[in-house]
Each structure stands twice: as structure tokens, then as C-alpha cells.
Design a protein around this ligand. Structure first.
Ligand code: 5GP
Ligand code: MN
Length: 346
């Protein structure tokens, strides 16, 4: 593969590297960014991770976290902009649609740096010089691991790098429960544990560091904000700005909430509508045979994976959920019958 050769050639001499990821990074976005950053630093490059926004505090344990620049932090923006302008290489991780960089998009697109895209999302846009993409990969962290191995540097993966990569694979497979938990996933995580990743510690740091406010918020959401459309095999949460304020909600507090709706017996589509300053942010989840990514792309300016996708709406929270309920009714046959047909064929 020619592009791989030119990529290897490029990183064989010291570069000024910027690594970025999508807005509101999750464990895979941040873990792949910091895992790769720590690796590239070991190879002698100057590396800065710049995220388009902040991210949950349960990810702050990753090595290199304290040096990450949050582009939304106005006091850091001019410094971030000059680092991007001076970069000779820019890595875009865990997204393949430039829009997802939000306010950073323009700067990154205008840069003349050699650009690399490493990602596992569907329908990637071709916007970089080198693409390392696979929709079969469960996580971008899996691809970062494979790229490091492919270029012959497996021996440089240390405990810190292994722990960043392990975190992303663990969360993007839903704790090794989703259908994307392949043999390859287990082989790679076995290697990472072998290198020293403390899997039990990482699981605790990510899943078991709730604040009491967050637990109370989850209780409130399930009791008061869950709508179940049993006949349509659909359930959703609608969370207002006021609800978030009431529980002093922090970045990451709504993460995973949508899964409580999907955990209901008989429910195959779940959604979470969260009212934010700039509109309604939406998370969609579905069970194996129902695809929500096309639904998100067609109706809510979004996309993602078959069983986990997202989108947005500029309507009010009430109008957005009303639109959603109407669309589920109208598209019921497409969403469910087709899935059943595919299921029967297999
Ligand atoms: P989450 O619900 O956890 O925010 O996102 C679920 C999945 O959908 C993730 O893989 C995420 O990258 C993708 N996703 C979330 N929001 C958007 C969006 O607005 N556009 C696209 N293309 N994908 C999204
Ligand atoms: Mn991911």
C-alpha cells in the first residue's frame, strides 16, 4: 500500500504533530488520541493533543491528560490555533466527518500539514492524505494498536499506552458485550493486558466513579423522564436544561443513560434527547438487527454505527421528541420489518 509507505516515510523524521478527535470526546476518542500521542512522543516527535471541547473527568487519569488543550477554552484558543498552523502532521481520530471537529474544522481544513485519519465509523469522507479506516473495527483504539504493530513498533507500546488503548476498546464494545466484540478484540486486549494494562483498575476508573448527583440524576431520569412506546419497541429519555441544572450535571453525566432505555425487555430502539445551549443533542441505540445510523443521518443530521449513532436538532426539546415519535411510527416497517427479513434470511 503506497499511502502506508509514504506515512511511514513521513514519521521517520521528527514532526510537529497535532492529534485531534471529535467534539465531546469519549474514552475511545481520548484513549486513541493519548495512546497515539504517547507512542509518537517516544518516537521523537513533538506532539500536542487538541480536543474540540472538554470531556468527562472519568477520563482524566490517562497519561498526557494534563497537557491536552481544550479548544473551547477561550484562554487557550490562540495558542491552539498557532500550534495547528505550525503543525507538519495532523491526526484526526475517531471521526471521519470533518464537521465533528466543530469550531476547529476550519483551521484543520486550511492547514497544509500532512493529514491522517484513523477511524471506524461508517461512510467516511475522504479529507486526509493517509486513511487508516475499518468499519469492522470495534474501536479507533483497536486501529491505533494495529497501525503501531503494522509499522513494526509493537515493542514501543508500554503500560501507559496500553491503558489508553484498552479504555477505548472496553467502552466502545460496551464492556465487551456488543456484537462488535470480536475474536480480534479479545486478542488485542489480551496483548494489552500482557503489556501491563490494569483492566480491573480501568473498569473501576471509568464505570465506578459516579458522583451522588449523577446517581440521583439517573434515578430521576428513569422515574420522570423515560417515555416507553411499547407497541413501537421504542423508549426514550428527554432531558431539559433545567433538569441538568437541578442535578448540577457535569460533562459525561448523561453518558450511558440511553442504555437504561435499551435494557428494557422488548425495546429495540432507544434514544436520549438532551437540551444543550446550541440545540438538542441526540443519542440513538438499537439492538443487533435494527439499524439506527441511517435514521439518524436522514432525519437528525447525524450518523454513526448501526447500533449506536447520534445526531442533533435545532427544534425545541418537545418538538424534537414529537418529530421522533412521528418518524418512528412512519418508518416502523423500514426499521423493523427489513431487519426481520434480514434476520430470517441469515
Ligand atoms: P453518542 O450517542 O455516544 O454521542 O454517539 C454514538 C455514536 O454515534 C458514536 O460512535 C458517535 O461517534 C456517533 N455520533 C454521535 N453524534 C453524531 C453526529 O452528530 N454525527 C455523526 N456522524 N455521528 C455521530
Ligand atoms: Mn469510537
Amino acid at each position: 500500500m503506497r499511502e502506508l509507505e509514504s506515512f511511514i516515510y513521513k514519521i521517520s523524521s521528527p514532526q510537529k504533530i497535532v492529534i485531534t478527535t471529535h467534539h465531546k470526546p469519549d474514552a475511545d476518542a481520548l484513549g486513541s488520541s493519548l495512546g497515539l500521542a504517547n507512542f509518537l512522543k517516544k518516537k521523537g516527535h513533538e506532539v500536542t493533543v487538541i480536543t474540540p471541547s472538554d470531556y468527562p473527568s472519568f477520563l482524566h487519569w490517562m497519561k498526557g491528560n494534563s497537557e491536552v488543550i481544550n479548544f473551547e477554552d477561550k484562554t487557550q484558543q490562540s495558542k491552539a490555533a498557532s500550534i495547528i498552523n505550525e503543525a507538519t502532521m495532523i491526526f484526526c481520530l475517531d471521526f471521519s466527518c470533518p464537521k465533528r471537529m466543530q469550531d476547529m474544522q476550519d483551521l484543520v481544513e486550511k492547514s497544509h500539514a500532512y493529514k491522517v485519519n484513523i477511524d471506524h465509523h461508517q461512510d467516511p469522507k475522504d479529507f486526509t492524505d493517509f486513511q487508516y479506516l475499518s468499519t469492522k473495527a470495534a474501536a479507533t483504539c483497536e486501529l491505533v494498536y494495529e497501525l503501531i504493530v503494522e509499522i513494526g513498533d509493537k515493542n514501543l507500546i508500554d503500560k501507559d499506552i496500553a491503558e489508553c488503548l484498552y479504555a477505548g476498546i472496553m467502552t466502545d464494545t460496551g464492556g465487551f458485550r456488543h456484537p462488535n466484540t470480536t475474536k480480534n478484540v479479545h486478542m488485542i486486549t489480551a496483548e494489552l493486558i500482557g503489556i501491563g494494562a490494569d483492566n480491573s483498575k480501568i473498569s473501576r476508573l471509568i464505570y465506578d466513579t459516579n458522583s451522588i448527583n449523577r446517581l440521583k440524576f439517573i434515578g430521576f431520569a428513569i422515574t420522570r423522564r423515560l417515555v416507553i412506546m411499547e407497541d413501537l419497541k421504542t423508549a426514550f429519555f428527554a432531558i431539559s436544561k433545567k433538569d441538568l441544572r437541578k442535578y448540577n450535571s457535569q460533562t459525561g453525566d448523561t453518558e450511558g443513560l440511553v442504555n437504561y432505555a435499551l435494557s428494557l425487555g422488548g425495546i429495540k430502539i432507544a434514544a436520549l434527547f438532551t437540551e444543550r445551549e446550541d440545540g438538542v443533542k441526540i443519542s440513538f441505540r438499537s439492538t443487533e438487527d435494527v439499524a439506527v445510523n441511517k435514521f439518524a443521518a436522514t432525519h437528525f443530521d447525524g450518523g454513526g454505527h448501526k447500533n449506536a449513532s447520534g445526531g442533533k436538532s435545532s427544534l425545541s426539546l418537545d418538538d424534537t421528541t414529537e418529530k421522533f415519535q412521528k418518524l418512528i411510527k412512519e418508518n416502523y416497517n423500514i426499521l423493523f420489518n427489513q431487519a426481520e427479513l434480514i434476520h430470517e434470511k441469515n
